[in-house]
Design a protein around this ligand. Structure first.
Ligand code: ATP
Ligand code: MG
Length: 422
């Protein structure tokens, strides 16, 4: 038997209804707030990610699915969406008509990480990106949106962590102070962090290895190094969140793994997923549009881990279970022929109707109807066909009614079923 690739998964009917509901609630919310959907390709030139995410990040160094296509050009299965959204914004000169654009996109991402609960090699994200606004209002609005979405999906046990990463003006002084500490703590840091110390020192703050966490407890806070502009921006975000009633904690250890982030950065964390605590992450990336050859344009966005979200939503699978409304138990060829025509016509009326297509006995058809959870069963044997009256059984109440088999049969069936459907 050929099985799926390690770290990949199927989302089967039964679970997929939950995914559809999450998607529906997300789309509704985004559209209410003026976001438009954008669909971007699943593969891009490797350069796009190498340049935007940064060479010295976990993603680019060890997680990307990169391979030469048949002509030898290097292509990569997208590990995230932001780079592609910005590429599209620049490539289609979307800034020309109106530099302010709000996008959302939902789809699969690919990272070759060690598979475990909440961590897959193909996983899904719900992304929102706002390009062209530098006001701290938009930072607060995005965090508000995230909080609202989680609330609507009945997620509990989550907290919004926020931090500021400063800007190219104020970050160098912080980097220097941090590098001093990293040199002093060399012996305590893991091999990865010792490498990061020279290539990407901020990432050490994000390391999950306990020894590194301990060493970094004394790390300086970027918040003490913010320039006046970054400080005012961060204060304003906090004030807006307070006015909107969104709870948050300031988390000076919070950094993002991607190089292009500036100023406000945030993460939604949960205690419900063990080691995989991040449900969503985001922040400002004011440098990225320019880095990808567009005009100097501020931007901010977030990515929700769909798989992790699906594991913690408070919605119950049972709320979405779909059973047929009607099962027609037909005996004999003539009855089956009628039943078949009717289930097709009922489908057009928006009624889900099923029948047996394997010529089973009445008894086993009734069992089948029961198992399917159908609300009604229409019993149609040869004698019913001959007498022109069939029996409609309400499977909840077990009440039985006669239904005349005339040319208004579809209307008669609908009249029975509709009062019970929601
Ligand atoms: P982590 O620290 O858990 O590796 P990350 O910082 O790499 O997360 P981001 O790049 O910020 O994650 O992606 C946003 C969200 O996507 C994460 O908060 C998480 O919920 C989800 N995510 C990231 N990687 C995976 C994965 N391999 N499998 C499932 N979800 C993931
Ligand atoms: Mg990661």
């Amino acid at each position: 038997m050929i099985q799926l690739i390690r770290g990949f998964k199927d989302i089967l009917p039964g679970e997929v209804e939950l995914w559809q509901e999450i998607e529906r609630v997300s789309r509704d919310l985004f559209e209410n707030f003026g976001f438009r959907e954008i669909r971007i390709p699943i593969m891009e030139k490797t350069d796009l990610f190498a340049r935007s995410i940064g060479e010295h990040t976990d993603i680019v160094e060890k997680e990307m699915y990169t391979f030469p296509d048949r002509k030898g050009d290097l292509i990569t299965l997208r590990p995230e969406a932001t780079a592609s959204v910005v590429r599209a914004y620049v490539q289609h000169k979307m800034y020309a008509a109106d530099p302010v654009r709000k996008f959302y996109t939902i789809g699969p991402m690919f990272r070759r990480e060690r598979p475990q609960k909440g961590r897959y090699r193909q996983f899904y994200q719900i992304n929102a990106e706002v390009i062209g606004v530098d006001s701290p209002y938009i930072d607060a609005q995005l965090i508000f949106l995230l909080a609202t979405l989680l609330d609507r999906l009945k997620v509990t046990d989550v907290a919004a962590h926020i931090n500021s990463l400063g800007c190219p003006e104020c970050r160098p002084a912080f980097r220097k102070a941090l590098s001093g500490l990293l040199d002093a703590k060399k012996a305590q840091l893991c091999a990865d962090c010792n490498r990061r110390s020279s290539t990407n020192p901020l990432r050490v703050l994000d390391c999950k290895v306990p020894g590194c966490r301990e060493a970094m407890a004394e790390a300086p806070s970027l918040l003490d190094y913010l320039c006046d502009g970054c400080r005012a921006h961060f204060d304003s975000v906090q004030q807006s969140l307070k006015r909107l009633g969104v709870p948050f904690v300031i988390d000076k250890q919070l950094v993002r793994g991607l190089d292009y982030y500036t100023r406000t950065t945030f993460e939604i964390q949960t205690g419900a997923l063990g080691a995989q605590s991040a449900v969503a992450g985001g922040g400002r990336y004011d440098g990225l549009v320019k880095m990808l050859d567009g005009p100097n344009t501020p931007a901010i966005g977030f990515a929700i881990g769909f798989d992790r979200l699906a594991e913690i939503v408070g919605l119950r699978q049972a709320d979405f279970e779909k059973a047929p409304q009607l099962f027609i138990a037909a005996l004999g060829d003539a009855s089956a022929e009628k039943a078949f025509d009717w289930i097709c016509r009922l489908g057009l009326e928006g009624v889900t109707a099923e029948m047996d297509m394997a010529g089973r006995s009445l008894k086993s058809q009734m069992k089948q109807a029961d198992r399917s959870g159908a609300g009604f069963v229409l019993i149609l044997g040869e004698s019913e066909l001959a007498s022109g009256t069939a029996i409609m059984r309400n499977m909840r109440t077990r009440a039985q009614t006669d239904v005349a088999l005339d040319d208004r049969i579809i209307d008669r069936i609908l009249a029975h079923i509709r009062p019970y459907s929601n």
